[in-house]
Design a protein around this ligand. Structure first.
Ligand SMILES: [Mg+2]
Length: 283
């Protein structure tokens, strides 16, 4: 029997936006950012891409949990002597954000639609990178449901998982399921990219393993949204999209937030229904 007891959260959640008509929830790495920030740190500051891939393979093969393997990757950054402040600065310099996210964010604000970031990464790093795009004030205010960090006096640091008892470290579905339980739930949009940002390196044989081992990361949340947007990256394998097609999960493919925004606007303005938006299929 599948255990459906929600994992205990060590970190607070922002209050549910129960009175809103729409809520936009989005993955961070590979969805709002154009490359995975934690992969970037591991590859450039930590033990490098070879060991990272080996860790991912172990996750996909079910030999290790995401929680444990991901921590080993991050710990390799710390072991190389990179302080928390340095990591923040490196990511602020090197992580590029989706060209349309700022427009999307401004539109949501103007329509009183909360934007909530749901991530397997660490909230303070996300805020740091985001401040570059939307400014310090907005980056401070935006709701982020992610993991946290413990920074020691000597500058060394360690990821602090939201759900230490879950193999995901952060079970993203817990951010969206409470909406479904409301008597009058807002319409939820969810934006995700892939099962994980780094599977693009893998052979097709491994991708097969991966699709069998789902739900994984975004999938756990994506299944529960009213309108699911799946990011398509030119030249990359788009696994979440392939998975959704196989599983018959209705979704809209989008290349960037400007494109998604056009469709979101039509839904928010009442010109089309969620069902009709899903039938469009591509933003
Ligand atoms: Mg992602």
């Amino acid at each position: 029997m599948i255990d459906t007891t929600p994992p205990v959260s060590t970190l607070p959640y922002p209050p549910l936006h129960a009175d809103k008509k729409f809520v936009a929830l989005s993955d961070w790495d590979g969805t709002i950012t154009n490359r995975d920030s934690n992969d970037y740190m591991t590859d450039n500051l930590g033990f490098g891409p070879e060991k990272r891939r080996a860790g991912n393979l172990a996750i996909l093969a079910g030999k290790e949990t995401f929680r444990d393997a991901f921590k080993v990757m991050l710990d390799s950054v710390v072991a190389n002597g990179h302080s928390w402040e340095e990591c923040k600065e490196v990511l602020k310099k090197n992580i590029i954000l989706d060209v349309g996210f700022r427009n999307f964010y401004d539109f949501c604000k103007s329509k009183d639609i909360p934007v909530v970031i749901i991530s397997s990464g660490m909230a303070p790093l996300i805020r740091a990178v985001l401040s570059k795009l939307i400014g310090d004030d907005e980056a401070e205010k935006i709701e982020i449901i992610a993991n946290d960090v413990e920074v020691r006096e000597d500058g060394s640091w360690e990821i602090k998982y939201r759900h230490p008892s879950s193999g995901f470290g952060h079970d993203k579905s817990q951010a969206i399921l409470p909406y479904r339980a409301l008597p009058n739930p807002p319409t939820t949009f969810f934006f995700g990219d892939g099962v994980s940002g780094n599977i693009f390196d893998y052979s097709s044989r491994v991708r097969t393993v991966l699709t069998l081992s789902l739900p994984f990361l975004d999938m756990s949340a994506a299944r529960h949204a009213d309108l699911l947007f799946v990011k398509q990256k030119p030249g990359a394998d788009n696994d979440l999209s392939a998975f959704c097609r196989r599983e018959g999960i209705p979704h809209v493919q989008f290349e960037d937030f400007n494109r998604a925004l056009d469709l979101v606007k039509r839904v928010v303005d009442g010109n089309i229904t969620v069902k009709e938006a899903l039938e469009v299929g591509t933003a």
